[in-house]
Design a protein around this ligand. Structure first.
Ligand code: GUN
Length: 303
């Protein structure tokens, strides 16, 4: 009799737990703040023990307002954690040779541990050629083919900051990836491809969808985790994710009314999710936090 009562109570509790189970926000803002505090502490130690101040050089070309805003945020974050940082702002008309000369100067500058070329670059510049000039040991964006190759083979590498930030969120919230079906929407070199490599290295089953994918919904609906970064506001709708899914929104889109929106229709999708990132305050702050960590990692390896 007692055991029957126990079973009844247990089942009732389980039912109520399921009924009231709520979606949890993946709070990138507060995690990024914690990462920053840790970087500040480590900069102090590095300065005291080896007289090293981590240094980041940012190369910004042209007048794209979004690129200017991102670079400003990166410089501000560097200042906050006590890094040395310089921004080389060059006009839209700059030649490829002049950009390469600046990168080569930064490659040999002993105060610089990280070099970042803000993308996209003007049409007359060969971005791949530019990224390949960066010393892979200072490639804190993880875009150099040397680091991309090391990531794909599962070796230690500088990894692109946005996907690295997503992995940090998974780790912090104890989200298991092994054996999970993950759908990555977007196959860019900056986000989608390195994201897929990281997930594969963590033993997830990964599907990458892109502009030529015939039935996006079929892929997102089948996934335990959906990660989207394509720059299309509200692309992912409620009927495209399964109940209890984890949804990571990498999109940051400025709407006509001036507000920010992600690639996920947050209001409609979030009630179905077990976890979801907000925009703003989700992946965005993590990107900058990972840039700080990568620059610190490089500085620690300084000869
Ligand atoms: N443009 C958009 N995202 C990024 C990024 O993470 N790094 C650089 N260098 N450029 C970008």
């Amino acid at each position: 009799m007692v055991s029957l009562v126990n079973i009844f109570c247990y089942n009732t509790l389980k039912f109520l737990e399921g009924y009231f189970k709520t979606m949890q926000l993946l709070d990138g803002k507060s995690l990024a703040d914690r990462v920053q505090e840790n970087v500040i502490r480590e900069v102090g130690v590095l300065k005291q023990s080896r007289n090293i101040v981590p240094g980041l050089a940012v190369i910004l070309i042209g007048d794209d307002p979004a690129s200017h805003a991102y670079v400003k945020m990166k410089a501000k974050a560097c200042e906050k954690v006590g890094f040395y940082s310089i921004t080389h702002h060059m006009p839209e008309s700059i030649s490829q040779e002049e950009i390469i000369a600046t990168i080569e100067m930064m490659n040999t500058n002993p105060r610089i541990d990280g070099i970042l070329v803000q993308l996209p670059l003007p049409k007359h510049i060969d971005s791949d050629a530019i990224l390949e000039v960066i010393n892979p040991k200072k490639d804190v964006d993880g875009f150099h083919p040397y680091n991309v190759g090391r990531l794909v083979t599962g070796l230690d590498a500088f990894v692109a900051c946005t996907p690295l930030g997503v992995m940090k969120l998974f780790d912090t919230y104890n989200i298991e990836l092994q054996g999970k079906d993950v759908c990555v929407v977007g196959a860019s070199n900056i986000v989608g491809k390195p994201m897929a490599s990281l997930l594969l290295n963590a033993n997830a089953t990964v599907t990458i969808t892109h502009i030529f994918t015939q039935d996006l919904k079929a892929h997102t609906l089948a996934a335990d985790i959906v990660i989207v970064g394509v720059g299309v506001p509200g692309l992912i709708k409620a009927d495209m994710v399964k109940e209890g899914a984890i949804v990571i929104d990498i999109g940051i889109n400025r709407l006509e009314n001036g507000s920010l929106a992600g690639d996920v229709d947050f209001a409609a999708v979030s009630p179905k999710c077990s976890y979801i990132t907000p925009v703003p305050g989700g992946v965005g702050p993590m990107t900058i936090a990972m840039l700080l960590e990568n620059t610190l990692k490089s500085a620690k390896k300084r000869a």
